[in-house]
Write a protein that binds this ligand. Structure first.
Ligand code: ZN
Length: 208
């Protein structure tokens, strides 16, 4: 009775059931055996026929690579190399201007949380809310010192923080869902810069 080859799908040598150091004649004989023995026309049962077609397809794919010395050489090189999974994509880097000297600092996005930073150029420490989502459009509210734009942001965990802007440039839409950072002044904690993150582009406006 004919055995259905059980093979490692990704390994051409396993498909042909030959050793990796098998010579060209042995590889060719193994391939010829499979495509003859598993020729789909030999099977009436539809399931068996499908499996035979699959075996033939894999045998031909293996032969395409192992039957050609150049392709086989390259395949052997890749086969010996252990599989290394690609690195997990880390959090993006944001470029934020220092509120004191405007030097742009590269900071790992903490997912909308507010963190304390130290400017590498001037040494001032300041707070920044980095990578938060804008929740709805800002509302204009009357305060005892005048009007304020009240905007609400959410971090990656859904925690909300409201920020008051004394002025907002017209270009800064603060649209719903927009990914943003806000840099606060070192002493009074007022917003100084608002930065919109659009893909890899960071666009900042002075807001205080
Ligand atoms: Zn600085």
């Amino acid at each position: 009775m004919l055995r259905w080859p059980v093979t490692d799908l990704d390994d051409h040598y396993a498909t042909l059931d030959v050793d990796p150091d098998a010579g060209p004649d042995e590889v060719r004989a193994a391939w010829r055996f499979l495509i003859t023995a598993f020729h789909p026309d030999r099977f009436r049962d539809p399931d068996q026929r499908d499996r035979a077609e699959e075996v033939t397809k894999r045998a031909n794919a293996a032969w395409h690579v192992l039957g050609d010395p150049g392709r086989r050489g390259r395949y052997d090189l890749g086969r010996r190399r252990p599989y290394v999974p690609p690195p997990e994509p880390g959090p993006p880097l944001r470029r934020l201007p220092c509120p004191s000297c405007a030097t742009r600092c590269r900071v790992t996005d903490p997912g909308g949380r507010t963190v304390d930073l130290v400017c590498p150029a001037c040494g001032d420490s300041f707070a920044a809310m980095i990578g938060a989502r804008c929740v709805g459009r800002p509302r204009l509210e009357r305060r005892w010192l005048g009007m304020r734009h009240q905007a609400v942001f959410a971090d990656a965990r859904g925690e909300r923080r409201s920020v008051e802007f004394r002025r907002l440039p017209a270009e800064l839409a603060l649209a719903e869902g927009e990914l943003m950072s806000v840099v606060f002044s070192p002493r009074r904690g007022r917003p100084v810069y608002a930065i919109v993150h659009d893909g890899t582009l960071d666009v900042g406006w002075r807001v205080g």
